[in-house]
Design a protein around this ligand. Structure first.
Ligand code: F6R
Length: 353
């Protein structure tokens, strides 16, 4: 049942601390800064193709960035466009990311990869699913059952599991020494957000907006895309996510006082400063700005509202910022009286191509 929550989606958003602990259990060891995902740690890919659809594709984009940052050539590919991708070569690993393990588009991309001779791995929540059975390797995200059609805790699980995969196969000990503690802190940080989020106040302010924009750079770009998808999917309102720097290349023309812009700003480095610059651009067009930030930069000074996240590494901050955006989507949809757990036209598992 919903354990007292109005919707499965809200219950599953609140289950994230537990789901993340479960994902990490027995897999990270802080004293030694090691990651143990069994045989998968020995995969040593020279290149990685990550294939997926929808929310899982956003996780794929994030995962590709993890590998690229580790010096491994990696690409996120929409599963239904896999035929147009250059074929995997040599020791390439093709990673299919799928909560259900049954999505037809992703399954057919993985089968194509196998035909081309590549090794395949699935990052999935579903033990015994078709992908689990057909792929050479599986990394379970261990999120527990997800009933709401909108993926929430499983997206957090996918991002976390992809960190384990890149750390175990491709990242060095220096990286592990900083990232392992950040992973360990993740569940507690998510809990802090759940206990204190201002997302329902923000939703109240903007539930009649014309359109919602989400911007972020680097690891926050897939989160911006996911924030927009979640809002569209359950509120039926128009939303778009952008790489922050892309807005001024056309879409800025749409921005006015009726288009709230959610800007994810993490840390105070060059990326953060550039995104603050993008905030100033939309502010100059009278757009309301909601900063999702750890308060390290001066983003708050230019924002109408702030959704605070604890300080973390950029890659783990992505999981935290996403929780705030999940809550915004949920509260906007709830205020509009939408069918949150079963949005119109959508199915939990898409088993046709
Ligand atoms: C959105 C959502 C979908 C799925 C997509 C892939 O909330 O849930 O975009 O992410 O249909 O599904 P899986 O991960 O089962 O392959």
């Amino acid at each position: 049942g919903k354990s007292g929550y109005d919707h499965f989606m809200l219950k599953e958003i609140y289950e994230q601390p537990r789901a993340l602990r479960q994902c990490l259990r027995g897999r990270i060891e802080e004293q030694t800064a090691t990651v143990d995902i069994g045989d998968l740690g020995g995969l040593n890919p020279t290149g990685v193709q990550l294939v997926a659809c929808g929310t899982s594709y956003h996780a794929a984009k994030y995962g590709a960035q993890l590998f690229r940052d580790a010096g491994v050539s990696a690409q996120a590919l929409l599963a239904h466009e896999y035929a147009t991708a250059p074929p995997p070569i040599g020791n390439d690993l093709v990673v299919g990311i799928s909560q259900s393990g049954e999505t037809a588009d992703t399954l057919s991309a993985l089968r194509e990869a196998r035909r081309r001779g590549a090794r395949t791995l699935t990052v999935t929540n579903t033990v015994g699913s078709t992908m689990d059975r057909e792929c050479d390797h599986t990394l379970y995200i261990r999120s527990g059952p997800e009933i709401g059609v909108a993926a929430t805790k499983t997206f957090a699980g996918q991002l976390t599991a992809l960190n384990l995969l890149s750390l175990a196969t491709s990242e060095g000990s220096n990286k592990r020494r900083t990232v392992v503690p950040a992973l360990r802190d993740l569940a507690g940080h998510v809990q802090r957000i759940l206990d204190s989020s201002a997302a329902s106040t923000v939703a109240e302010q903007y539930d009649d907006a014309e359109s919602y924009f989400f911007i972020g750079r680097g690891y926050q770009h897939p989160v911006a895309l996911e924030g927009a998808l979640k809002l569209k999917e359950i509120s039926y309102e128009h939303a778009e996510g952008f790489a922050a720097g892309e807005l001024k290349h056309g879409s800025l023309a749409l921005v006015d006082e009726n288009t709230p812009v959610f800007a994810i700003v993490v840390g105070d480095g060059e990326k953060a400063q550039k995104t603050v610059g993008n905030i100033k651009e939309v502010e100059a067009r009278d757009a309301p700005v909601v900063a999702v930030t750890d308060g390290q930069s001066d983003a708050e000074r230019y924002a109408d509202h702030v959704l605070t996240i604890p300080e973390s590494r950029p890659r783990t901050a992505a999981v935290l910022a996403n929780v705030q955006l999940q809550l915004v989507a949920y509260h906007v949809a709830d205020r509009l009286g939408r069918s949150i757990d079963k949005p119109r036209n959508l199915a939990k598992s898409v088993t046709v191509e």
